[in-house]
Design a protein around this ligand. Structure first.
Ligand code: GDP
Ligand code: GDP
Length: 436
């Protein structure tokens, strides 16, 4: 299911980041040992009443060289471009300012639903400050206090009411959605052109739906594909489109909507830190991944070059050990034909469900081969295992005590499952749960 996107806009200091951090809560402080995780805190998942959505703090996209009025305009435009619902935040204690009116003017022109939040209303006595904000023309204002966490529930109830109807949104169809991510100039557009230029690729007349008008749909050998639009694949026009945070945000959004993510590396320039960061985002999102080393034509090669490059990729992207690597050239088209079959393969693995009885046979064999560990005289007992979800494949191992499941043993089980069922290209998740 496609998650709805909510953007918070408003002039500086009205409390956007405060609200963002509160809604995103502890999710943001989860620190994993992968490069992307210390992500620029402007885009994150949030949850309200069992609905998860993605939240953008447009204030975090810093275009500070520009005058204030340009900044707020640009940020409002980002919200219109990227969000399904916009939370327009004002400072209740300061009344309507010229900058608020500027934001309002831009929002009027969009068809996006806008919910008006009047922030810094920290106590009941201040409630009356609300009335003047009706004049902004967005209907009922919601009073909130970001720093005290007041009123957010009512505001979110209203936000969720405006989420697009999900009933007509794809989910379990056979279409494979993939995106290409990588820093500028690695060859993303060239790869897309090369893919679409391949023999027997039929690009549909209506590219994408109206909502995602920049996606590209095509068909090959009776399979349907959609290339999800990513930063760097569109012409840049607006000021904010050149900022790094905006390109990260676009990449995260594209990854979110994909089944398969192609992490593109430039063979000519080699791997740099930014590549790892981008790959980290894809890994965290739990998508199927193919590492594509492009511009292989531009490298001076001998018989060892590919092996050496591959070792280097493995070394630098240890968290992507499950991802296949392909070397190709968008320019000469060499090995381009291997790309789509690889996308199909990893996508099938990502969606795969294995039968519980087969799974438990594999686990029993694994237990016979490498008995469960003991911690402080307590032995881990595995009762049974079941796959609870796909995309990515997610397994629950029922045990006597989850504390006894050491990560090295979990890794061992993961490897056994991978060997038995072939999950190339997809992360898999394993959780230990108690069952007495
Ligand atoms: P942003 O620039 O819109 O992201 O605003 P910030 O979230 O950085 O907040 C600006 C200032 O307002 C900070 O000093 C916050 O602590 C303060 N602030 C945010 N929300 C509230 C609130 O509900 N009540 C009060 N009194 N102060 C707040
Ligand atoms: P993007 O910014 O990631 O979309 O990258 P582009 O597709 O615009 O490519 C950036 C540059 O790399 C252009 O000059 C391309 O012609 C060049 N390029 C792309 N793919 C290849 C390739 O396979 N081999 C070589 N030698 N150059 C390539």
């Amino acid at each position: 299911m496609k998650k709805s996107v909510v953007a918070i806009v408003g002039r500086p200091n009205v409390g956007k980041s405060t609200i963002f951090n509160r809604l995103v809560g502890e999710r943001i402080s989860i620190v994993e040992d992968t490069p992307g995780v210390t992500r620029d805190r402007i885009y994150s998942e949030a949850e309200w009443l069992h609905t998860t959505f993605n939240l953008i703090d447009t204030g975090g996209i810093d275009i500070s060289d520009e005058p204030l009025i340009v900044q707020v305009r640009e940020q409002a435009q980002i919200a219109i471009d990227e969000a399904d619902v916009i939370v327009f935040l004002v400072n209740g204690r300061e009344g309507i300012t010229a900058a608020d009116e500027e934001v309002a003017k831009i929002l009027y022109k969009s068809n996006k639903p806008v919910v008006l939040g009047v922030n810094k209303i920290d106590n009941f006595e201040m409630q009356d400050l609300l009335y003047e904000f009706y004049a902004l023309g967005f209907g009922q204002p919601y009073t909130i206090s970001g720093s005290h966490g007041l009123g957010l529930g009512d505001l979110l109830d209203e936000v969720i009411k405006h989420f697009p109807d999900q009933s007509d949104v794809y989910d379990d169809d056979d279409r494979i959605r993939f995106s290409l991510i990588g820093r500028p100039n690695v060859g993303k557009s060239s790869l897309v052109n090369a893919l679409l230029g391949e023999e027997r690729v039929i690009v549909s007349d209506i590219a994408g739906t109206t909502k995602d008008a920049v996606d590209t749909e095509f068909k090959k050998e009776d399979r349907d594909f959609t290339i999800i639009d990513t930063a760097g694949m569109r012409k840049r026009g607006k000021v904010y489109e050149t900022t790094e945070k905006y390109s990260v945000l676009r990449a995260l959004k594209a990854i979110e909507r994909s089944d398969v993510v192609l992490v593109i590396i430039d063979a000519d320039t080699g791997i740099i830190e930014q590549d790892k960061k981008i790959a980290g985002y894809a890994h965290e999102a739990g998508k199927a991944i193919v590492i594509v080393v492009n511009k292989w034509d531009a490298v001076d090669k001998d018989q060892d070059t590919m092996k050496e490059f591959e070792d280097d990729v493995r070394q630098q992207f240890q968290f992507l050990s499950y991802a296949p690597i392909i070397f190709l050239s968008a320019k000469t088209k060499k090995r381009m034909h291997t790309l789509l079959p690889m996308i199909v393969e990893v996508s099938e693995n990502h969606a795969k469900r294995v039968r519980t009885n087969l799974l438990n046979e594999v686990i029993e064999d694994a237990l016979a081969m490498n008995p469960t560990p003991s911690i402080k005289g307590q032995k881990l007992k595995i009762l049974y295992t079941t796959q609870v979800a796909a995309k990515p494949p997610t397994f629950v191992v029922f045990v006597n005590d989850p504390e006894l499941m050491h990560f090295t043993y979990e890794r061992f089980l993961e490897n056994r499952i991978r060997d038995a069922f072939g999950f190339v290209g997809t992360p898999i998740k394993i959780y230990a749960r108690v069952r007495k």
